[in-house]
Design a protein around this ligand. Structure first.
Ligand code: UDX
Ligand code: UDX
Length: 474
């Protein structure tokens, strides 16, 4: 079974980069990425590579090499499914907002819709691959839908046939291209050996065979949820210890270094921060919690739910301590927010800690001057549910009114009369701030709140700043 033609449904943060890398590494395979969202597809096809719908280091170069050659972006779904030997389902699976499992279970309506679309358009034998993170046993739903539409010839031979595989994505935004090119492992779950081998052959074009793990389909689905739950758990753990460091005089960076040197623990994913964000961690843990509750495992459910509860508490803790340090009131005070994306090197703001922290500061009446190198004003407006002010000069008149915000392109311009600078994302440019200039423009006493341990305290030792950084009780 040789794959010559791939269709990927969903041109998002996962589908886009993953297909770009497959197209780059497998020039003989035609890769069609389809999406219902016309605007998104137009951006993928834009001549100006700065307009690609997602920012990911290294992605634009690959798109430039492959687009129009064997990588195509379009809204033509049915025809591309018909021509495909293999269909990746890479659509979003948000947490259900209402009905059974609301607030925890994943909403599978788009996955189901995709399965139905594949069922009614595929021809010949089609391998359907779950790329989206899905609850365990979703493959069964997809299989049911596909099997119900398998067709038979008059002699009883199957004409349209399907196989379902699980092939979860472990890429991390901001380093997605490197993660795809040099994965720790590729995971393929399924029960049909020929289909597993066909998908495996694609990855073998650049991934060593020993890194391609083959499991049953349920293990593969559960491994993805578990990987994200373990990673998120590490962050809640270190953030919890960070709060204790602040209370006791310890330093969370020193604690991280000390525990990370233990090879059983390992040094990665131990950076205390403003709380984890991103589209996956919260959603996947809540999914896991729902599964545990469904199977009557209440204690297991509670254990994992506490990772999310801690993260929510931690985000509100950061906003509260900013208010407390600024004499308990920030109404009408100018606060510079540096970074809005959920981590650096991405324009993605989904579940970003910055959203809740900014909302809490706005509720206290603050004037926020928000800067981010890749997130635009429109996205922040959607996330905060509040339109920005347009003129920095208007802001003084809003004192004592409800909070407001303004987008600033040039952060140096935002320092005038600001009471505080709050670093929420670890963008490298924030390491280069001219602190003498900032100090000269800010109102005194001026505060810096560094939630990402980005600033070397030595660099501001000679300035008059009050300085708070995450997990530093010294
Ligand atoms: C999504 C899921 O959030 C994640 O759990 C999963 O692992 C992979 O898919 P991501 O690629 O980051 O991750 O989502 P998003 O950027 O929202 O992209 C999904 C795309 O699917 C959107 O562009 C949306 O328009 C498209 N879509 C959705 C379809 O084309 N058809 C549909 O029926 C539904
Ligand atoms: C995550 C998983 O890492 C990836 O394998 C999976 O496929 C999708 O979900 P992603 O959400 O893109 O990837 O980014 P990740 O690097 O995991 O960061 C998630 C959040 O944790 C970010 O808000 C980040 O700032 C935060 N984080 C990460 C910390 O606060 N400290 C750390 O040490 C690491």
């Amino acid at each position: 079974m040789e794959i010559k033609n791939i269709c990927c449904i969903g041109a998002g943060y996962v589908g886009g980069p993953t297909m770009a890398v497959i197209a780059d590494k497998c020039p003989d395979i035609k890769v069609n990425v389809v999406d219902l969202n016309e605007d998104r597809i137009q951006k993928w096809n834009d001549k100006n590579l700065d307009k690609l719908p997602i920012f990911e280091p290294g992605l634009a170069e690959i798109v430039l090499r492959c687009r129009g050659r064997n990588l195509h972006f379009s809204t033509i779904v049915n025809e591309n499914i018909r021509n495909a030997d293999l269909v990746f389902i890479s659509v979003n699976t948000p947490t259900k907002k209402y009905g059974l499992g609301a607030g925890k279970a994943s909403d599978l309506k788009w996955v189901e819709a995709c399965a139905r679309q594949v069922a009614s358009n595929a021809s010949g034998h089609t391998i359907v691959v779950e790329k989206s993170t899905l609850p365990v046993r979703t493959a069964e739903v997809i299989k049911d839908i596909l099997e119900a539409s398998q067709t038979f010839s008059s002699k009883g031979m199957q004409v349209n046939t399907f196989d379902v595989l699980s092939n979860p994505e472990f890429l991390s935004e901001g380093t997605a291209i490197n993660d795809l090119l040099n994965p720790d492992r590729v995971l393929i779950g399924g029960d049909n050996q020929a289909s597993i081998e066909a998908l495996s052959d694609i990855y073998k074009s650049w991934v060593p065979s020993e890194k391609i793990l083959k499991t049953n389909i349920w293990s593969s689905e559960l491994a993805k949820l578990t990987a994200n739950a373990f990673l998120a758990q590490r962050i809640s753990s270190i953030n919890a210890i960070g709060a204790l460091c602040e209370a006791t005089g310890a330093d969370v960076r020193e604690v991280s270094r000390a525990i990370g040197a233990d090879s059983r623990i390992g040094s990665k994913f131990l950076d205390a921060g403003p709380g984890f964000g991103g589209s996956c961690f919260k959603k996947d843990i809540l999914n896991l919690v729902y599964l545990c509750e469904y199977f009557g495992l209440e204690e297991v459910a509670k254990f994992w739910e506490s990772v999310v509860t801690l993260n929510n508490w931690h985000q509100s803790r950061v906003a509260k301590l900013i208010t407390k340090k600024l004499y308990g009131t920030i109404s009408g005070k100018k606060i510079v927010i540096l970074g809005f994306s959920f981590k650096s090197n991405t324009n993605d703001t989904r579940e970003s800690a910055a959203i809740q922290i900014c909302k809490d500061l706005l509720d206290e009446g603050a004037i926020l001057l928000i800067n981010d190198p890749k997130v635009n004003k429109e996205q922040i407006t959607i996330d905060l549910g509040l339109a920005p002010e347009t003129e920095i000069n208007n802001l003084d008149s809003t004192i004592n009114q409800k909070g407001c915000w303004l987008f600033v392109d040039d952060m140096n311009e935002s320092f005038y009369n600001a009471d505080a600078i709050v670093i929420l994302t670890e963008w490298p440019e924030y390491k280069e701030i001219d602190w003498n200039l900032a100090e000269s423009r800010m109102r005194k006493p001026a505060w810096i709140f560094d939630s990402r341990s980005l600033i070397d305290p030595e660099n501001i030792r000679k300035n008059s700043f009050n300085f708070w950084r995450i997990g530093d009780g010294s």
